[in-house]
Design a protein around this ligand. Sequence first.
Ligand SMILES: Cc1cc2nc3c(=O)[nH]c(=O)nc-3n(C[C@H](O)[C@H](O)[C@H](O)COP(=O)(O)OP(=O)(O)OC[C@H]3O[C@@H](n4cnc5c(N)ncnc54)[C@H](O)[C@@H]3O)c2cc1C
Length: 449
Amino acid sequence: MKNETAIIVGAGLVGSLWAVFLARRGYQVKVFERRADMRAAGYYGGKSINLAMSERGWKAVDQAGIREKLEKVAIPMPGRMIHNLGGDVVFQPYGRAGEAIYSVSRGGLNLELLHIAGEFPNVEFLFEHRCVEVDLNNPVITFEDMKTGEIKTLDAPLIFGTDGAFSAVRYALQRTDRFNYRQFYLEHGYKELTIPPNENGSHRMDPDALHIWPRGNHMLIALPNADGSFTCTLFLPFEGEVSFEHLKNDADVLAFFGRYFPDAVPLMPTLLHDFWANPTSSLVTVQCSPWQWQGRILLLGDAAHAIVPFYGQGMNAGFEDCTILDAMLDEMGGDWSKTIPAFAQKRVADGHAIAELAQRNFIEMRDLVADPKFLLRKKITADLYAKFPKEFLPVYSMVTFSNTPYHVAMHEDDAQNALFREILAIPDIENKWDGPEVERVFRDWLTKK
Ligand SMILES: Cc1cc2nc3c(=O)[nH]c(=O)nc-3n(C[C@H](O)[C@H](O)[C@H](O)COP(=O)(O)OP(=O)(O)OC[C@H]3O[C@@H](n4cnc5c(N)ncnc54)[C@H](O)[C@@H]3O)c2cc1C
């Protein structure tokens, strides 16, 4: 066992997974978390939304040696089920046969990660401890014990800031010279709702899909849970003609749902209760650099790159931070002073790229999934992928089912958008979508790439 101490601030998804990585390397790991210990309560006190886990997330939990435990609670979603306004339902596969994203409960996953990390004798959790200050010049960090109000300062030669989008560790870095920082909110907020199970415990809709009701400037989505329920999320502008500000009473809410999601309403007996009981939350993107300070303080996960949830990649990106950092530490002979700056420099382009891709995917999800041109593009994409599996990988697959760096996926997205502008401009493309003209444009595009 090493004598070196590593401090982790924040025991959310990324902090608790990173604790497992460091514990396996033999560090004395101290994890500080401002919330109470959810293991004691047996439940998770934070937001109860569920998350889509994909290849990058699985790779990280695999490397941490805990894949099997997590697989048991994950539900595969091989595609999305689009609910059109007229009531038709269309299934769009996400990838090839056998490929799926997985619905996991955020709370359940966090709880499981805490249990796993807590089994290591060299991991100590200090709950109800809020980081209030990081002294960058002296390697010390200060916490407030939220039960007693006591202020505690301790030596901190190595700090990982996994304290989320409003990171206190990042706040210390923000006050340094040449630190870049950008934060912006989407005009949309979100609210969690529920589709409970049938009386016999079965799901009220097909559980093998992520359900989407795309409605232009807003949408409803639903992810299956293992207990037969679905967790739904309504994404809607805060202000404007169709927005949260106009949903002031029961009649407004029922009229809105009846108009835009008529097939969902009969499945949501607790709609009004959920709507008023659950908060309307905002969606923030945070981009910053550098993510590190003097090779001994490093931001990971949302603290470094908070993104909107529309590619289902926020947690996956944070978990991938762990995999990449762990591998780089091996390459650099266990020397943090080299690894931390190198990681921060290499990874920042990926953080920025997945933020951009997530914004782009919002437009696709809420708007385009029901657009005939978009559906045609999907059909041609699948056809090209089948005919040219070595030369052409759809960007969604690259992001979701591969470990290709996000910045490469974003360049590919730009390139494929250019390709499809040309393809969709072919006269009578609706009838020629799998013909030789498309193939010619594609081959031309390949040679120019
Ligand atoms: C609606 C929605 C849907 C999403 N869907 C997906 C999805 O499908 N797939 C996906 O991959 N990602 C998704 N995400 C993103 C995902 O939730 C985040 O990327 C992920 O939770 C980031 O983990 P984290 O550990 O970095 O931060 P967090 O989960 O925010 O954890 C930070 C922790 O730090 C603690 N903390 C904060 N400040 C302090 C302090 N000063 N002192 C001590 N502790 C502190 C907090 O209490 C918390 O426990 C979604 C997000 C939202 C909002």
